[in-house]
Design a binder for this molecule. Structure first.
Ligand SMILES: Cc1cc2nc3c(=O)[nH]c(=O)nc-3n(C[C@H](O)[C@H](O)[C@H](O)COP(=O)(O)OP(=O)(O)OC[C@H]3O[C@@H](n4cnc5c(N)ncnc54)[C@H](O)[C@@H]3O)c2cc1C
Length: 379
């Protein structure tokens, strides 16, 4: 393939793909009018193929696990190229239950781990508190996944932008208004400033906004919808109030997670709401997150609330991403990463670069090609 590639969307999937395509010898331009609205800018950055596994999502578990295996190498390379630290933590993730009903959810999760051969350990309440002493003494029990972890996605976005520039790619602060198509082949894009840009391949990585990009033929429109997530950031001034490990908790039937960074930041998330493209932060959302987080770790109440934000996850009907060539020649899709886009960035980027360079893509991506949604279009 000749190598002019346009990437529509500079979120974590667009930037990681751009970096890998540049390394494969392609010429890459990324368009994004506002990278701070990217879901990854809001995201907690948990890398949780084990603790966020669900029954019936075995293909997603396989691709998530495969991406997790790549993470340390991906980060080491990114940090070496850019000199920037992205705060990768691979010291495990603890899932805990607050009451007896919540404990049933934990038992079910542990059965899933056993059935899929995923690494985890069932813990009593006392053992959970030995792992994370800030947990409430009433913690009923939990599961420890020693290989899950987290990364700071804002730092990853910054490092990826730098890596793209250092590799000779262009980052352009423009909205793509529409695709330009000639016959049944993509020719390039038209940006909001009225300029036409030519390309051999256009890669759609516009996250939740992908269906809004005009000019995409109906047969190639992925069934992606926005799923709003409200999320909070706190700063713990005292080391004694800073958790040592990511905790995912079930509290009287609702779900919350608490992600400590290596600095003083603690991230608390996240709601899951079907509200179209609204990114409003609501009293209800903030209240629910703080209520559950402080029930699990009361000491967090001493920390300063520094940010309340909402982001849009790109959801799909089967919760899996959409990665591969469209029916229109030269059109490629890498979107729909829903709640796992940070985790899935390494394997997705590898697949995009391999497909564009005509090399074999990782086998685990095979279950997530666009063809599986033919005929399903959600406007
Ligand atoms: C609250 C919250 C918590 C999350 N936590 C986690 C987590 O812990 N772990 C995890 O793995 N994942 C998490 N996710 C999910 C993850 O953030 C997403 O799956 C991932 O960021 C999707 O990446 P993306 O690049 O496809 O889309 P985005 O990151 O949303 O980026 C899309 C980009 O496209 C741009 N764009 C849109 N339209 C156009 C256009 N017409 N022209 C040019 N540019 C355009 C946008 O400005 C945006 O920057 C979370 C998401 C949310 C909201």
């Amino acid at each position: 393939m000749s190598g002019e590639v346009i990437i529509v969307g500079g979120g974590i999937i667009g930037l990681a793909s751009a970096w890998r395509c540049l390394q494969a010898g392609l010429t890459v331009t990324v368009f994004d009018p506002d990278p701070t609205r990217a879901a990854a800018f809001a995201a907690a950055g948990m890398l949780t193929p084990v603790t966020e596994a669900y029954w019936g999502e075995e293909d997603l578990i396989a691709v998530s696990t495969a991406s997790m295996r790549r993470y340390a190498g991906f980060v080491a390379e990114l940090e070496a190229v850019t000199g920037l630290d992205v705060d990768l933590r691979t010291s495990g993730v603890l899932v805990v239950a607050f009451d007896n009903d919540d404990l049933e959810v934990i038992e079910d999760l542990f059965r899933l781990h056993e059935s899929c051969g995923l690494p985890s350990r069932r813990l009593r309440g006392r053992e959970c508190r030995a792992v994370e002493p800030l947990l409430t003494p009433t913690t009923r029990g939990g599961v420890l996944a020693p290989d899950d972890g987290s990364v700071n996605p804002r730092r990853v976005l910054g490092a990826l932008s730098r890596a793209v520039e250092l590799s000779g790619g262009s980052l352009v602060c423009q909205q793509v208004r529409e695709l330009r198509i000639q016959g049944d082949r993509v020719e390039g894009v038209l940006t909001d400033d009225g300029v036409a840009h030519g390309a051999d391949v256009v890669v759609l990585t516009a996250g939740a906004w992908t269906p809004l990009v005009r000019g995409v033929p109906e047969a190639d429109r992925p069934p992606v919808r926005p799923v709003k997530g409200q999320i909070l950031r706190m700063t713990s001034r005292l080391h004694s109030h800073h958790p040592g490990i990511t905790v995912r908790g079930f509290v009287r039937g609702s779900h919350v997670y608490i992600v400590p960074r290596s600095d003083s930041e603690v991230v608390i998330g996240a709601t899951s709401e079907e509200r179209g493209f609204s990114r409003q932060v609501t009293g209800w959302g903030v209240n629910e997150l703080l209520r559950d987080a402080l029930t699990l770790i009361p000491g967090l109440g001493e920390s300063e609330l520094t940010e309340c934000r909402a982001g849009l996850r790109p959801g799909t009907p089967d919760n899996g991403p959409v990665v591969g060539w469209g029916r229109t020649e030269g059109l490629y899709l890498a979107t729909g990463h829903f709640r796992h886009g940070v985790l899935l960035a390494p394997i997705t980027a590898e697949a995009v670069a391999a497909d564009l360079a005509g090399r074999p893509a990782p086998a685990e991506i095979g279950a997530f090609r666009p063809g599986r949604f033919v005929g399903e279009f959600v406007p």
